[in-house]
Design a protein around this ligand. Structure first.
Ligand SMILES: [Zn+2]
Ligand SMILES: [Zn+2]
Length: 268
């Protein structure tokens, strides 16, 4: 029995004797099936050629990324607080060196993941660090490796650790969530919205999409819902899911300004 991993989206599946026939994450119109057909790998195979890199970003924020790139090449972010460490979002690759490196940084008290594209090998990470996983209940249909380690939270907000709160935004997925860190950005507050609020090339702006690879926009009402969801939270900085995708300051104004610009375009 193997836990197969889709090479296109990086999602790991429940154990099976043969590779699954389909990847519902890739077949969903937010993603795409590999042009060469559905292909699978395993952690054992990945360990022959990959490593994880740790990139300190700010005090208490470290990005963890796989090299060479795998699947959609996102980064996980380890947020270190005096009450324990949170792993925000997840990646497919995990090995003993990564476990040792994270343990040196204080381990992981909890794992929270924004949306299904980053569920990756979450159960492997949970087992390695004995850490519970928090996912929004509205995204439950996209969990491809169900496990007792997963807690499905409901409603609009869930505090995980002191100063760390999950905020349901919707949009990209019904349960798409951001992480708010009240103590982040030197006490001005920081937001980790993944691609629910995606930092774009012009770092003064963000964007909002139903599908990034297939370029399908969101409606004005969905975008207004995202802006309203984060409005009650103070934040000056946004940490995105890919290297360098940071809105360094005045990020809340950037979200408002970006939403207005986007809605003006889609409404003509
Ligand atoms: Zn896939
Ligand atoms: Zn996504």
């Amino acid at each position: 029995m193997e836990h197969y991993i889709c090479i296109t989206c990086g999602t790991q599946y429940s154990a099976s004797t043969a590779a699954p026939p389909h990847c519902p994450i890739c077949e969903d119109d937010r993603q795409y099936v590999n042009q060469n057909g559905q292909q699978w790998t395993t952690l054992a195979e990945l360990r022959r050629e990959h490593t994880n890199e740790f990139m300190p970003i700010d005090p208490g924020v470290t990005a963890i990324r796989t090299a060479p790139d795998f699947a959609i090449a996102q980064q996980a972010q380890l947020i270190q607080t005096s009450a324990g460490n949170l792993l925000w979002d997840c990646i497919s690759f995990l090995d003993d060196a990564t476990v040792a490196d994270v343990q040196r940084r204080g381990g992981i008290a909890a794992i929270a993941i924004s949306h299904p594209h980053f569920y990756s090998s979450m159960i492997e990470w949970s087992r390695a660090f004995d850490a519970p996983i928090y996912l929004h209940a509205d995204n439950r249909p996209w969990v491809m490796r169900p496990d007792d380690a997963i807690t499905f939270w409901e409603g609009d907000a869930q505090e995980l650790l002191p100063s760390l709160t999950l905020v349901r935004c919707g949009g990209h997925f019904p349960g798409s969530s951001a992480l708010h860190w009240a103590d982040g950005a030197g006490g001005k507050g920081a937001l980790f919205p993944a691609d629910t609020i995606n930092v774009v090339a012009d770092r003064r702006y963000v964007s909002f999409m139903y599908s990034y690879p297939n370029q399908i926009p969101l409606s004005a009402s969905a975008i207004r819902g995202i802006v309203a969801a984060v409005e009650p939270y103070a934040f000056d900085r946004i940490y995105g899911s890919w290297p360098g995708s940071i809105v360094a300051e005045a990020a809340k104004a950037a979200v408002r300004r970006s939403a207005e610009r986007y809605i003006a375009h889609i409404e003509g």
